[in-house]
Design a protein around this ligand. Structure first.
Ligand SMILES: NC(=O)c1ccc[n+]([C@@H]2O[C@H](COP(=O)([O-])OP(=O)(O)OC[C@H]3O[C@@H](n4cnc5c(N)ncnc54)[C@H](OP(=O)(O)O)[C@@H]3O)[C@@H](O)[C@H]2O)c1
Length: 251
C-alpha cells in the first residue's frame, strides 16, 4: 500500500509512556505515525523500537518540537507535508510543580501547567486543522482523572479546560464529519509522569481506589484511543471517556 493510501496520525508526547503505547497501537492498526516531543533521542529510540516490533520500517517518524511554542509547531506541519491527517492525538502534557511563596510564583506555576497541558493541544490541533481529513478526521485530547475529581491544583484545572474546549471543537468540526473526544486516564504506571514523586504507599493508595484492583498500563489508554480514531467510532463525538479502573464513576 502506498503512502497516500495509508492513514496518518500525529501523536504528541509519542516518545514515552502513554503516547508511545498509542503510537504502537496505531501502527498496529495500519497508521503511519508522527511522534512529537522535545527530546529527539527519546523520540528516535521509540520510533526505532515500534518499527522493529511491527516489522513496518518507516511507519513512525520523529518530529522534535516544543508544542508550547507557536514558532516550533510548524515543524509538525512541515513533516505532514501534502498528506491528510486522519488523527491528531494530543497526549503531550504532565504535572509541573511550582512555588506558592509569592504571587509571581503562583502565576508561573499556573502558566506552566496551562502551557504544558492546554496550549500544547490547542497549538498542535489548530496548526493541523487545515490538513485534517474531511470527512473522517479524528481529534483526541488526553485529559486526566484529576480534571474530574481534583487533587492536583493547576494541573487539574488545565486538564478540565480541555473538556470545555473539546465540546466547542466537536461542534465546529462536526459538519465535516470530524470527531473530537477526550480520554481521561486514571492512574497509569510505567510512564515518566510521576518521575521520582511516586512512593509504594502512593501506588498502593491509587490501586486501592480502583474497582478492579490494579494500576492502569499505557496499553489500557492506547486501546481507548484506537477505538476513538477507528472507523467504528464515527458517531461518538464531544465525549469524555474515563479509563480509570472505576476510580471515578460515570462522569
Ligand atoms: N500516567 C498517569 O497516571 C496519567 C494519568 C492521567 C493523565 N495522564 C496524561 O497522559 C499524558 C501522557 O502522560 P504519560 O503518563 O505517558 O507521561 P510521560 O511519559 O511523562 O509523557 C509525557 C510526554 O509529553 C511530552 N511533552 C511534554 N511537554 C511537551 C511539550 N511542551 N512539547 C512536546 N512534547 C511534550 C514528553 O516528551 P518530552 O519531554 O521529550 O517533550 C513526554 O513524551 C499526559 O498528558 C498526562 O498528563 C497521565
Amino acid at each position: 500500500m502506498g503512502e497516500r493510501e495509508r492513514r496518518l496520525a500525529v501523536v504528541s508526547g509519542g516518545g514515552t509512556g502513554i503516547g508511545a503505547a498509542v503510537a504502537r497501537g496505531l501502527v498496529g492498526d495500519g497508521f503511519d505515525v508522527l511522534v512529537v516531543g522535545r527530546r529527539g533521542d527519546v523520540l528516535d529510540s521509540a520510533a526505532r523500537r515500534i518499527c522493529a516490533e511491527s516489522g513496518r520500517d518507516g511507519a513512525v517518524t520523529a518530529v522534535v518540537a516544543d508544542l508550547t511554542d507557536p514558532g516550533q509547531v510548524g515543524a509538525v506541519v512541515d513533516a505532514v507535508g501534502e498528506r491528510a491527517v486522519d488523527a491528531v492525538v494530543n497526549n503531550a502534557g504532565g504535572y509541573l510543580g511550582g512555588s506558592t511563596d509569592s504571587l509571581a510564583g503562583v502565576a508561573d506555576w499556573w502558566r506552566a501547567n496551562l502551557d504544558a497541558n492546554v496550549l500544547t493541544a490547542v497549538l498542535l490541533t489548530e496548526a493541523l486543522l487545515p490538513a485534517l481529513r474531511r470527512p473522517g478526521g479524528r481529534v483526541v485530547l488526553l485529559s486526566s482523572i484529576a480534571a474530574q475529581r481534583g487533587g492536583a491544583g493547576p494541573y487539574s484545572a488545565a486538564k478540565a479546560a480541555l473538556h470545555g474546549w473539546a465540546y466547542d471543537l466537536a461542534a465546529q468540526l462536526g459538519p465535516d464529519q470530524i470527531t473530537v473526544n477526550v480520554v481521561s486516564p486514571g492512574y497509569v504506571a510505567e510512564t515518566e509522569f510521576f518521575g521520582d514523586r511516586m512512593t509504594p504507599e502512593g501506588h498502593a493508595k491509587r490501586v486501592a481506589a480502583t474497582l478492579v484492583g490494579r494500576a492502569g498500563v499505557p496499553d489500557d489508554i492506547a486501546a481507548a484511543v484506537s477505538y476513538l480514531v477507528g472507523p467504528s467510532a464515527g458517531y461518538v463525538t464531544g465525549q469524555v471517556l474515563g479509563v480509570n479502573g472505576g476510580s471515578v464513576l460515570g462522569r
